[in-house]
Ligand binder design. Structure first.
Ligand SMILES: Cc1cc2nc3c(=O)[nH]c(=O)nc-3n(C[C@H](O)[C@H](O)[C@H](O)COP(=O)(O)OP(=O)(O)OC[C@H]3O[C@@H](n4cnc5c(N)ncnc54)[C@H](O)[C@@H]3O)c2cc1C
Ligand code: FES
Length: 253
């Protein structure tokens, strides 16, 4: 993990309320695993906390983070121009460990698709990915190319404006008997992860499932305990350091 002053290469809108920022890192940070995240400074001293964003793509010394305009911090980041510099701490968290799985179901909702795109990119040509990515409607859809390159892609929209009408979990359930997945990886809002957990139990699907959690964070490095979540065994875990990826049965959702 390193804190670096990165140069913005590009910062542009890619879908409704969604931006992609590409940063050139001034030095190597070692291997970045799909599912790891970066803590990005807002570039304004009145915002002391960095914002955690999943690393979406790695191209040599460049990394791309995609972000939804949510509050003041992400809006401020969207105002930054190419050539400006932002402090970034990375790579953080554990990332997805695919083991020797060959056929992987990828279930992503909303901003949860960004770290999943990095997993597909990292293992391109080495695994078969069956991706189910869900958006509110057509205008919010993005990164379809990245997922399509990894194998088969199903886009789902809540309003049916493109692709499957419904959410990503429903799209997966519609198809899971056809794909013989030996691993499921997922990231999305808590309501989606809860629906996935219930669906796996309800349909008797015993396939190993890893989920990436989103918690409010402070330090991002395991020191402040802002991000603690409850584990199924009664213990606690720090999402930033022990996660953000956990077995779906390991954590309370
Ligand atoms: C591991 C991880 C990966 C993430 N990856 C992405 C991603 O790839 N793309 C993306 O758009 N969003 C992602 N998020 C959510 C993103 O961090 C928040 O949307 C963002 O911090 C909001 O900042 P803000 O200043 O615009 O909003 P505000 O609501 O004004 O933020 C106020 C404070 O709350 C924190 N906060 C608010 N919402 C969240 C949240 N959902 N999770 C964590 N902290 C939050 C902010 O960091 C900030 O400190 C991720 C969160 C985590 C924990
Ligand atoms: S954010 Fe500080 S311990 Fe996780």
């Amino acid at each position: 993990m390193k804190e670096l002053l990165a140069t913005i290469k590009e910062n542009k809108k890619i879908a409704e309320g969604i931006w992609a920022i590409t940063l050139t890192l001034p030095e190597k940070v070692g291997k970045i695993k799909g599912g790891q995240f970066a803590n990005l400074s807002v570039g304004d001293d009145s915002f002391p906390l960095k914002r955690p964003l999943g690393i979406c793509s790695v191209q040599g010394d460049d990394i791309t983070l995609c972000y939804q305009l949510k509050g003041d911090g992400t809006r401020r980041i969207a105002e930054k121009k190419a050539g400006e510099k932002l402090s970034v701490l990375l790579p953080l968290g554990n990332g997805f460990d695919l083991g020797d799985a060959k056929n992987i179901a990828v279930i992503g909702g909303g901003v949860g698709i960004f770290p999943l795109a990095a997993v597909v990119e990292e293992h391109l040509g080495k695994r078969n990915f069956y991706s189910y990515i869900g958006f509110r409607s057509a205008g919010y859809a993005c990164l379809e190319d990245m997922f399509a390159r990894g194998g088969r892609l199903t886009v789902a929209t809540d309003d049916g404006s493109i692709g499957f009408k419904g959410n990503a979990v429903q799209a997966f359930l519609n198809d899971y008997k056809n794909i013989g997945a030996d691993l499921i990886i997922s990231c999305g809002p808590p309501v989606m992860l809860r629906a996935l957990k219930a669906a796996l139990a309800g349909h008797g699907i015993a396939t190993k499932c890893l989920v990436s959690l989103e918690e409010r964070m402070g330090c991002g490095i395991g020191a402040c305990l802002v991000c603690v979540c409850k584990k199924a065994d009664g213990g606690n875990a720090r999402v930033c350091k022990d996660g953000p990826v956990f077995g779906i049965e390991e954590v309370e959702l």
